[in-house]
Ligand binder design. Structure first.
Ligand SMILES: [Zn+2]
Length: 75
C-alpha cells in the first residue's frame, strides 16, 4: 500500500499493486508481457457498495495513458 496522487480522483489516495488476475487482464488489454509498474487506486467511491476507483498509474507517472484506465472488477 502506498499513497499516490490519483488523476481521476484528483487527490492523494491509497494505491496497491495489482493482483495476479488484474495483471493478467491488463497485460491482455495493453498487449504487454509485464505490467509490474502499475498501481491501482483503492479510494472508495461508494460507501454503500464499497466500489473503488481502480484507476491505474505507475510509480513515476500519474497519467500513463492518454485516457485513464480503470480496471474492471474481476468476475
Ligand atoms: Zn482514484
Amino acid at each position: 500500500m502506498r499513497t499516490y496522487y490519483c488523476h481521476t480522483c484528483d487527490a492523494d489516495q491509497p494505491h496497491r499493486k495489482l493482483s495476479t488476475a488484474e495483471a493478467a487482464v491488463l497485460k491482455e488489454r495493453l498487449g504487454r508481457n509485464s505490467v509490474n509498474e502499475f498501481w491501482i487506486c483503492e479510494a472508495v467511491l461508494d460507501a454503500e457498495t464499497g466500489r473503488q476507483c481502480r484507476n491505474l498509474r505507475t510509480g513515476g507517472n500519474k497519467k500513463p495513458f492518454a485516457r485513464p484506465i480503470k480496471l474492471p472488477v474481476p468476475e
